[in-house]
Design a protein around this ligand. Structure first.
Ligand code: PLP
Length: 371
């Protein structure tokens, strides 16, 4: 084993295709702002990838999620069901609209929103369910769709971490009424900052497209028929995105290779629960992630010790219900699964560029620290 000092990042982008060529084309042609051929090509390509009719490029994955809620007409007085175990943007975007996020605990196995706990969170004010395909594993969409239909609720997918994941043959992004993706620097594919909305609903797509461009009437210049936003993506970002999308099968294959190697190395260690891949689904493995069982060392100490060996990991998200901004709204409610996984979970290095040697180095250190 090599003794040289390594640094293994948790998630670094890889530019293995036409990124430089397409960005230079933007600069040379002066099409650097929010119109240009790369926006259209990226949107059309992404729609094909998700097998949906419409894809709308946005400035980031937070504003795209916000736009999905506004597009669905969600506003003050409404409630939206959100998993407590998620990244803060999922809940914050509900707050932006004036509606209230109502939090639901996770299922113990995949860490996604627990379908069995959704119905008890529904009130006469509930307008939508937002699922989050956490760390790349799709939420359990069949029972959730059934609940949404029974109660007349919209179904939103926060697919920021799950490009290319599938659920019983359907690609995420096309399962709910609308979905939102992120292309932040550490996501499966990146545009630096960027987001995408996907939907099969023609009217919703048209409304969201108008909203993302200041509410401009598409048929009349400087005529605004709704209070919109500037949530557009630039042509430069879309140029990077198109190049990344051309190679998305490679990016996903790397993520799977990495998860497979970790699983093979770590499978015999009791008390390490790696995120599974349920029958019938394809995990996109944004990050190979694990939860330490009882009797295993302290998570934060482990992160520190791995960092000393040049291995960057990340603790799981704090669940929303313990954050100062949401604690008051959830007082008296119990979220035992989210409480457990958020204090015992960590994301392992998962960059597409990770070598097999890097993964073995991480596993050797991890196993050493566990025994
Ligand atoms: C990354 C992420 C977002 C937000 O995306 P940005 O592009 O960073 O704004 C939203 N939801 C989840 C679950 C995420 O992981």
């Amino acid at each position: 084993m090599s003794t040289t000092k390594r640094h293994i990042p948790v998630a670094a982008p890889v530019f293995a295709g036409n990124e430089t060529k397409y960005v230079n084309d933007c600069l040379e042609s002066t099409w650097i702002s929010s119109s240009g051929k790369y926006i259209q090509a990226f949107e059309e390509g992404f729609a094909r990838f998700c097998n949906v009719k419409h894809a709308l490029a946005c400035a980031n994955g937070t504003v795209s999620l916000h736009l999905s809620l506004v597009g669905l007409g969600i506003g003050p007085g409404d409630e939206v069901i959100v998993p407590t175990f998620t990244y803060v943007a999922s809940a914050n975007t509900v707050m932006y609209t004036g509606a209230k996020p109502v939090f639901v605990d996770s299922e113990p196995e995949t860490w996604n929103i627990d379908p069995l706990k959704i119905e008890q969170a529904i009130t006469p004010h509930t307008k939508a369910i937002m699922v989050v395909h956490i760390y790349g594993h799709p939420a359990d969409m069949t029972p959730i769709r059934e609940i949404a239909n029974r109660h007349g609720l919209a179904l939103i997918e926060d697919a920021a971490e799950a490009h290319g994941a599938t659920y019983h043959g359907e690609t995420v992004g096309g399962i709910g009424d609308v979905a939102s993706f992120s292309f932040f620097g550490n996501k499966i594919i990146t545009t630096g900052e960027g987001g995408m909305l996907t939907t099969n609903d023609d009217a919703l797509a048209a409304k969201m497209r108008q909203l993302k461009g200041q509410g401009l009437d598409p048929t009349r210049r400087y005529w605004f028929t709704m209070v919109g936003y500037n949530y557009r993506m630039t042509n430069i970002e879309a140029a990077i995105g198109l190049a990344q999308l051309e190679k998305i099968d490679w990016h996903l294959a790397q993520r799977r290779r990495i998860a497979d190697t970790y699983k093979e190395r770590l499978k015999s260690y009791e008390g390490l629960c790696l995120q599974p891949e349920r029958p019938g689904v394809k995990n996109s493995y944004w990050m190979t992630s694990l939860v330490l069982g009882e009797g295993r060392p302290d998570r934060d100490q482990l992160i520190q010790q791995l960092a000393e060996a040049g291995i960057e990991t990340r603790p799981f998200f704090y669940p929303m219900h313990i954050l100062p901004i949401y604690a008051d709204m959830t007082r008296g409610q119990d979220f035992p699964v989210a409480d457990r996984i958020s204090t015992r979970g960590l994301n392992l290095p998962s960059s597409a560029s990770l070598t097999e040697d890097d993964i073995h180095y991480v596993c050797d250190k991890l196993i050493g620290l566990l025994s």
